[in-house]
Design a protein around this ligand. Structure first.
Ligand code: HEM
Length: 369
């Protein structure tokens, strides 16, 4: 291998994605235009994800004032926030609804970016950083679920961590040890306990936010440098200025969404949708409650894991992850029509598994999951 040449190629790749000549306000903001066409609405989805991220950061910081990350006090502190802190129940409810809204926006944003072929050269880094953001956002969901330290959450986390370990059974030789090591590192002790809670807390409030904010910086920088992608095969030729027009529309949308979202969070407790008593504090001697389930945004993987052989689901998940990361190269020559068909297929799968997963489970296995 010619090392200087390899380095040269890598340097050229990054120089093309982050051209220094474009790193200025004029080029990144003043001159930026947003294409107008029938899919232009999709350009607002990343901004909406950003809005919900802001909501999560603000409400998360508020919750930090009262939350206690210890197995003895976590549950009581959450109950205290809900019942005795002024506005505490609302802030908790906004944080719970906000997490679901954010994940929803990120998923739809990814599907539309894919369908519009927005990952095409020179936007590969925008795409790859986006995939990393998606995994980080799921990481927030997984770690946040444990923090209230209730019966369902602790047991669901045990099941989740157990499945990481099981992956080792399907890996050859020394690789088989890796999932167990990962599980032990996250869990921190023999069973889910104080060390696990401390680690999930550190991940949820420090490590993941730092990771997310830095990768988001890269995502947004790369978007501003390259401007919006065309998104359709036959551009209309019509565009609008990003600054101030598009930004103003973005903010107006945020305002409307905030109003609707606030009313929902004010009137509808997030927990009202759970068919089981989420509030019971964790009892190590208690039995595993029936019907423990992850949050809805993990159903697309949870139900296949319940129904199909473990190795098949894990194998497919790995393939999908790799395909997502290297999509800009795999689908370089694919037409937007085909990409749209794949995107619609993916979206349908997610919708069906999320809404009808339970029914599908009952048809194939009988009884309740
Ligand atoms: C925390 C999560 C995320 C935030 C806050 C975010 C934010 C944004 C924003 C504000 C934009 C510009 C407006 C738009 O096109 O919607 C954008 C564009 C983009 N995002 Fe994201 N994003 C996130 C996750 C993702 C994910 C998961 C992907 C895909 C895997 C992705 C891929 C892209 C691409 C390719 C563009 C460029 C769109 C174009 O040029 O037409 N993003 N993102």
């Amino acid at each position: 291998m010619n090392v200087p040449r390899t380095f040269g190629t890598i340097a050229d790749f990054f120089a093309e994605r982050f051209p220094i000549s474009k790193l200025n306000f004029r080029s990144m903001v003043q001159k930026k235009e947003v294409p107008i066409h029938r899919l232009s609405w999709a350009y607002y989805l990343g901004g909406l994800a950003l809005f919900f991220l802001g909501v999560q950061l603000v409400t998360g910081l508020m919750l930090l004032f009262y939350y206690e990350p210890t197995v003895s006090d976590a549950h009581a502190s959450v109950e205290y926030i809900s019942q005795h802190v002024e506005g505490g129940a609302l802030v908790r409810n906004i944080h719970s609804w906000g997490s679901s809204c954010m994940i929803f926006c990120v998923l739809v944003h990814m599907i539309t970016a894919f369908a519009m072929k927005a990952f095409e050269k020179p936007r590969e880094i925008t795409w790859i950083s986006g995939v990393a953001l998606l995994f980080l956002v799921f990481g927030f969901g997984f770690t946040g679920y444990l923090l209230p330290w209730n019966q369902i959450a602790v047991n669901a986390t045990k099941v989740g961590l157990q499945s990481i370990e099981e992956v080792g059974n399907y890996l050859p030789g020394a690789l088989a040890e890796i999932p167990t090591r990962i599980k032990e590192t996250i869990q921190g002790e023999a069973t889910v306990g104080q060390a696990t809670l401390s680690r999930f807390y550190a991940l949820h409030v420090v490590i993941l936010p730092l990771g997310l904010l830095s990768i988001l910086g890269l995502h947004l920088l790369s978007i501003q440098i390259h401007g919006m992608s065309q998104g359709v095969d036959r551009p209309t030729g019509r565009t609008e200025r990003f600054f101030p027009m598009f930004i103003l529309k973005d903010f107006s949308l945020w305002g409307v969404v905030f109003l609707g979202f606030f009313v929902v969070a004010l009137c509808l407790p997030f927990e009202a949708f759970f068919a089981y008593p989420l509030f019971a504090p964790y009892d190590a001697l208690g039995s595993t409650p029936d019907g423990i389930k992850p949050e809805w945004y993990f159903f697309f993987i949870y139900y296949p894991l319940e129904l199909l052989p473990f190795w098949l689901v894990v194998g497919l998940t790995m393939v999908v992850k790799v395909v997502l990361f290297i999509a800009p190269w795999i689908f370089r020559g694919t037409s937007r029509k085909t990409l749209r068909a794949i995107a619609v297929g993916g979206a349908l799968y997610m919708v069906v598994m999320t809404i009808f997963g339970q029914q599908i489970y009952e048809i194939f296995k009988g009884g309740h999951s």
